[in-house]
Write a protein that binds this ligand. Structure first.
Ligand code: ADP
Ligand code: MG
Length: 705
């Protein structure tokens, strides 16, 4: 059946060549039980490994059923073992984390049987070796003898022609050893059984032939008994039997579930990675969410045809000059259009909703969501920024047709100004705008100015400028900390940095106040008379032309749209920078997590080695390893995602996840995590094959690497 002709093997370690086998000539037949004996280090295991295609050889030829095998590549060797060889080793090569049943089912599954068939057959075989009572026990829970029975059961399940045993009783007491030897004989039937042992006595009762090795050479070859006549056939099949697709998934899941501690550790590592990925995602998305107008928050309305005119010295504008420009619309004292006020919807209701808005008389280009344009005075139309239209913490539609009031500055009272008749969205606005039916009422203007008064500060002579807080009171007074008593103090008032005006206040000094306060008479607030124009908004189709003309007159002209464009370019650059950083971070994470996870997976090397020894070829084992890592990564990604959503939604109350995470982005996250796991799995898989099957199987990789 097997013939070795002048087979020699050398080991090369760090340039040092040692002899493994020299000039071996042997003919081994089916039905033989061959005892291979010799001193420790004589080459017994090496011979067994070479015969059974575990290891390669350098010289000579080996024929299997008359077919030469020296051309075998790694895959051929794996397949050859699967089809023809079963192993019994001293250190019980079962998968410890699997149950007896799962271990015995393995060769049946690898032979292409489905789970049910494999289970049924495995049970019968386990019965034959007397392990039925232990069928659900994991490998770790078995005694040495029971493990060896399990291995023998698995060999029976493989139904291979060659049974290769390397010191099968080496770790057993003599009585158990004898039982195992007898069991081997029982299952031997017409197989070729090779038993490597340094204790010949134990196998003498069953051996039909004795081969003695010394220094890699056969020094004795005795036929002890007449061997059974077995028909020879001259075929060798290296066909890979197809393993069921579902088997890969089941084995991968079995691996994940049977090693809970390792799995939990791997999941934790993956979770950290997923979490960092999610945070990177969020940072990028928040970045892209702030689309524009970081440049100047005062310019909230960024329509193409809009420009703002003012003077650097805070003096009034000359209306005649403004009127010389070709304009479609002109809007005097335009800070009404740029100042945010808090409005409350349904101020009489129990739960008023408040919202920051600007007021405008201009018909901002917008798309209608619901309602109609205002038809009467005291009616308003609300234009919200585009990015709010899909989900915001606030339900805009709920305020339709409800009364709205303006919150009085520094008071928890509202002055009702009308109701909202329609809602639309626009790309041009940074804040929500309330568009009035006609000209904004003087009451509203008054409230705007009142609200702007807070832009006040006092300047200490030769000293710093101090911001002042406003306190509603029944008198006008500036209250300063006592240490400023006797010092010259100037008080400046601005309306939105545009118009500067002076006020008469009494000065008071008080130890109690840490910071300056400005009391103002709430009944008669001193407001500036705005008879002149300090800021104007022009709507014109000739923005460039008008700008050039007005600048020639010494006016400052701002075109908010230009700032929007500039801001979006800056944002885009930042976004790409973030993207690059995120990719770099993921690459770093990949290496860090690989180092950590490779420790975990190295400890599984023995299990993978067992699968290989059962004849799983590289591609097949690769599928299992990859599925296993993918499953772990996937579970971790889901867990991370859930934790992330919970943490995010409990710590921020303004934005909900929906603003950032749509289906596509969630999908992208999972795809990235799967690709990430896939690369890690690929790397493990490659590493598994850096070592030969016998070193991985014996679990030596974990220690050596
Ligand atoms: P036995 O099984 O008879 O105790 P082995 O077949 O394991 O002996 O080893 C035979 C000889 O080959 C020994 O000298 C051993 O040191 C050497 N050897 C075995 N495996 C390797 C290896 N992977 N690299 C280098 N030398 C090896
Ligand atoms: Mg040995």
């Amino acid at each position: 059946m097997i013939e070795l002709k002048n087979v020699s093997k050398y080991y090369t370690n760090n340039g040092v060549v040692t002899l493994g086998l020299r000039n071996i000539n042997l003919k081994l037949n089916q039905g033989e039980i061959v005892a291979i004996t010799g001193d420790s280090g004589s080459g017994k295991s090496t011979l067994l490994n070479v015969i059974t295609a575990v290891d390669t050889y350098e010289e000579g030829e080996i024929y299997f059923e008359g077919n030469e095998t020296s051309y075998f590549n790694q895959n051929d060797m794996d397949t050859f073992r699967k089809n023809y060889v079963s192993f019994i080793f001293q250190n019980y090569n079962i998968i410890d984390s699997y149950t007896v049943l799962e271990n015995v089912m393995l060769p049946l599954l690898l032979a292409g049987k489905n789970h049910e068939e494999a289970r049924k057959e495995a049970k019968e075989i386990i019965d034959k070796v007397g392990l039925s009572k232990r069928i659900k026990h994991k490998g770790t829970k078995l005694s040495g003898g029971e493990k060896q029975r399990c291995v023998i059961a698995r060999a029976l399940a493989s139904d291979s022609m060659i049974l290769a045993c390397d010191e099968p009783t080496g770790n057993l007491d003599s009585q158990t050893g004898e039982e195992i030897i007898r069991l081997i004989q029982e299952v031997a039937k017409d197989k070729l059984v090779l038993i490597v042992t340094h204790n010949y006595n134990q196998v003498s009762s069953i051996a039909t032939r004795r081969i003695k090795i010394a220094d890699g050479e056969v020094v004795e070859d005795i036929h002890l008994q007449e061997q059974q006549e077995v028909e020879e056939n001259n075929t060798m099949s290296l066909e890979e039997r197809k393993v069921k697709k579902s088997t890969y998934l089941k084995l991968a899941l079995q691996n994940v579930l049977s090693t809970p501690k390792k799995t939990i550790f791997s999941i934790t590592v993956f979770m950290v990675i997923s979490f960092i990925t999610l945070i990177l995602f969020l940072m990028m998305l928040e970045r892209s969410y702030e689309t524009y107008s970081d440049a100047n928050h005062n310019y909230n309305l960024q329509a193409e045809d809009r420009m703002i005119v003012y003077r650097m010295d805070h003096q009034a504008l000359d209306e005649e000059i403004l009127n010389k420009v070709k304009y479609d619309e002109i809007y005097y004292n335009a800070f009404y259009e740029e100042t945010k006020l808090t409005i409350a919807c349904d101020p009489q209701g129990n739960y008023p909703i408040s919202l920051d808005v600007c007021f405008s008389e201009h018909k901002i280009k917008n798309k209608l969501i619901q309602g109609t344009m205002p038809q009467n005075e005291n009616e308003y139309y609300l234009v919200i920024p585009e990015q709010y239209k899909n989900g915001y913490y606030f339900d805009f539609l709920s305020i339709l047709q409800k009364n709205i009031g303006i919150k009085k500055y520094h008071k928890y009272e509202y002055e009702i100004i009308g109701k909202i008749t329609g809602i639309g969205w626009s790309k041009d606005v940074e804040y929500s705008y309330l568009i009035s039916y006609g000209e904004i009422s003087s009451d509203v203007k008054q409230l705007v100015i009142q609200s702007m008064q807070k832009n006040s500060y006092c300047v200490l002579e030769d000293g710093p400028s101090l911001e002042m807080s406003f306190v509603a009171s029944n008198r006008n007074a500036i209250v300063l900390p006592k240490k400023y008593e006797g010092k010259e103090v100037e008080v400046h008032h601005y309306l939105n940095s545009i118009y500067e005006y002076t006020l008469d206040f009494d000065f008071e000094y008080n130890e109690e106040y840490v910071r300056p306060y400005l009391f103002y008479d709430e009944e008669n607030p001193i407001l500036p008379e705005l008879n002149s124009v300090y800021e104007a908004v022009l709507y014109t189709k000739n923005v460039k032309e008008a700008k050039a003309f007005l600048e020639k007159q010494g006016y400052n002209v701002s075109v908010p749209m230009d700032q929007k464009v500039k801001a979006s370019v800056i944002n885009l650059a930042i976004l790409y920078l973030f993207l690059a950083l995120a990719i770099m971070a993921l690459v770093c994470l990949y290496f860090i997590s690989y180092v950590i996870l490779s420790r975990v997976y190295a400890s599984k090397n023995k299990d993978y080695g067992v699968l290989r020894s059962l004849g799983m070829v590289k591609k097949q084992l690769g599928r299992i390893v990859i599925l296993e890592v993918l499953a772990t990564g996937f579970i971790a990604s889901i867990l991370s995602f859930i934790v992330f959503v919970i943490v995010y939604n409990t710590t921020t109350d303004i934005f909900t996840m929906g603003d950032f995470m749509n289906f596509g982005i969630v999908l992208l996250y999972f795809v990235i995590m799967l690709i990430f796991s896939y690369f890690i799995a690929k790397r493990f898989n490659r590493r598994l094959y850096k070592f030969s099957v016998n070193t991985t199987m014996k679990g030596e990789v974990a220690r050596n690497d």
